[in-house]
Ligand binder design. Structure first.
Ligand code: G3P
Ligand code: MG
Length: 257
């Protein structure tokens, strides 16, 4: 799999409110080629582009996602918490996000967050939406911390590129990765160790890490030979964009970050 080494985490979330259509557009405007977004369910089954299991942190409303519906989320202001410039920004459904990302020509790393919901409730409708709207499946990675969600994706569409998310890599990582025929392992940069990168590569998996936001953190992990970073600041690490193939790193050009 050849992708850009930089993915904008929750869209370009350092310059626009995370997981909004504005954050996706801004990523494209900055030349970022891939975006990561989160998909979760509201109480009425609508799947939205959103990270938390409540609307409290990133909107002017309150309450658990289970208390919200397609209608109520559209009443929320999801921008002014971030800056006045984004006052009135609406929460987007996952369908709106998928359609926009496709239109912008970006790659999509879609992360499922189940919280208390079932795989059938969250994953099945999104796979149907992807079938309807998405055309280039080389530019799609489905990721999750939730093993059953990924196993469901693998059963339904074995051709999907799947990524297992870990905070700390558990002892049974190889078994879990094999069960979903994963292509990549997405690891918390604060816990990832160089020896684990070696082991993952030896087993044939690409390694991404989330969410390094400083040059020092990015450079350390890049020097370990990871294939990609998922960051809130893709605009700060644009020099990496020109070295999309790991073998090119021997030229040393990535050192300019
Ligand atoms: O996909 C990487 C990263 O997004 C996982 O953590 O909590 O930011 O969704 P989180
Ligand atoms: Mg995420």
């Amino acid at each position: 799999m050849i992708v850009t080494p930089i993915t904008a985490h929750r869209g370009l979330s350092s310059l626009a409110p995370e997981n909004t259509l504005s954050a996706l557009r801004l990523a494209a405007e900055h030349g970022v080629q891939w975006v990561e977004i989160d998909a979760i369910a509201c109480g009425d089954g609508t799947i939205v582009m959103w990270h938390d299991n409540s609307v409290d942190r990133c909107s002017d409303g309150s309450g658990a996602m289970s208390q919200h519906s397609a209608q109520s989320i559209k009443q929320l202001d999801c921008g002014s918490w971030f800056s006045e410039q984004y006052r009135g920004e609406k929460m987007a459904t996952i369908e709106e996000a998928i359609v926009l990302i496709q239109a912008l020509g970006l790659g999509l790393n879609l992360e499922f967050k189940l919280y208390d919901n079932s795989v059938d409730t969250v994953v099945a409708p999104v796979l149907a939406l992807l079938k309807k709207h998405w055309t280039d499946f080389d530019k799609l990675i489905i990721s999750s911390f939730d093993q059953p969600a990924l196993e469901y994706c693998h059963r339904q569409q074995p051709e999907l590129q799947l990524a297992k998310l870990y905070e700390k890599i558990p002892e049974n990582w190889l078994q879990q990765m094999q069960a979903i025929n994963a292509v990549t392992c997405h690891c918390d940069y604060e816990h990832l160790q160089q020896s684990q990168v070696v082991e993952l590569h030896r087993a044939g998996y690409e390694v991404y890490c989330y969410t390094p936001n400083t040059a020092a953190a990015v450079e350390q992990h890049w020097d370990w030979g990871i294939e990609g970073i998922i960051t809130d600041y893709p605009q700060k690490f644009s020099a990496l964009l020109s070295t999309s193939i790991p073998g090119d790193r021997e030229s040393g050009t990535e050192k300019s970050i």
